[in-house]
Design a protein around this ligand. Sequence first.
Ligand code: ZN
Length: 149
Amino acid sequence: MSLEAKALYKDVIVDHGKRPHNHGALPEATHEATANNPLCGDRVTLRLCVEADRIAEARFEARGCMIATASGSLLTEALRGLSIDEALALADTIDVVVSGGDLPADLGDLEALRGAREFPGRKACVTLAWQALRAAIKGGSGATRPSPR
Ligand code: ZN
């Protein structure tokens, strides 16, 4: 990875980590799940509004490190408008990306998650939101309710 690419990825991660997009509640959610990363203490709750097998809206709430927050922000940006199958395929792609595999396609801002390769210990932070996505799609509404604060 070139230095320029690393710097660019870092910028995207910092930007989304500090000012996450689509952060907050989604009262009309049809699907919801929470994933925890005990290694880092991150917790991400993902909520989806699925209409006719398509993700109409995606919002998340994260408590944890910047990488977990940035990943949730990038995920929710990427999900909107995708079908359920496309969303699951994207989750598989992200697994490949953070594991160091070849990029199958132009991922846009999601390519920033490649930066996680530089920090093997942070892989779980990147994939947390995508775990929540899989769980939300599998379980539907209320699959894993977040514990009361
Ligand atoms: Zn983390």
